[in-house]
Design a protein around this ligand. Structure first.
Ligand SMILES: [Cu+2]
Length: 223
């Protein structure tokens, strides 16, 4: 008899705990949803959030987009705000878009393709607010690159060159190595000598030494 009573009590107290947990979860959900539906106020500030001060090559798009974040007076991100992008300095340069609208995170972006000059200046403006300024620097791409094949790494492991130019690998270690871009595109496996490869397309080309895991490099080919 006593055993049965205590079992019922345990059941009652378990039910009570379950109800309390459900109430807590409900309150938490309420707190969250009221937070996320809080509307942002009017735009008060434009800040740079990415892409400033890059150095890249004439007639090529910068590796990273320029981006700004628009916030209200409380620092809340404001979606749907018109952002105007303009090239202030940069003969022959172009933007992927001159007008953009901030996304759900208050962010607007544009991609700059560098022109023939060295200095580039781009502004982002929101009506009624101070604009922000991005800088970029353009140079001529290297026309020829040399890579040393060492034990067990490529030096340097990343090179940039202009389309239709050639990379020259020189074996400088004592172990056997190769330069492999995948099936059918590899140097001989050797301990000395050289290997040349011309690159006729823009892009990123990763390679490895198939004998040594972790021995890898990349060729970046630009316009
Ligand atoms: Cu190797």
């Amino acid at each position: 008899m006593t055993r049965r009573v205590s079992a019922e009590r345990r059941l009652q107290s378990a039910n009570r705990r379950a109800r309390q947990l459900a109430i807590c979860a409900g309150l938490l959900a309420l707190a969250c949803s009221s937070d996320s539906t809080q509307p942002a106020g009017p735009p008060a500030l434009v800040t740079k959030s990415g892409g400033d001060a890059q150095s890249w090559y004439h007639n090529n798009a910068l590796p990273a987009a320029f981006s700004v974040t628009v916030t209200d007076a409380n620092g809340t991100r404001v979606p749907g705000v018109r952002v105007d992008w303009a090239i202030v300095t940069g003969t022959g340069a172009s933007l992927s878009r001159a007008v953009d609208s901030t996304d759900s995170k208050g962010v607007a972006e544009t991609d700059l393709t560098l022109g023939v000059g060295t200095a580039h200046v781009v502004t982002a403006s929101v009506a009624g607010l101070p604009s922000v300024t991005f800088n970029a620097t353009a140079a001529a791409p290297p026309v020829r690159d040399s890579v040393a094949v060492k034990d067990n790494f490529f030096q340097p492991d990343s090179v940039v060159l202009q389309v239709n130019d050639t990379v020259y690998w020189t074996w400088a270690g004592s172990a056997s190595h190769n330069v492999s871009f995948g099936p059918g595109q590899a140097s001989a496996t050797q301990t000395s000598g050289t290997y040349n490869k011309q690159f006729t397309a823009v892009g990123k080309f990763a390679y490895t030494c198939t004998l040594h895991s972790g021995m890898k490099g990349v060729v970046v080919v630009v316009n």
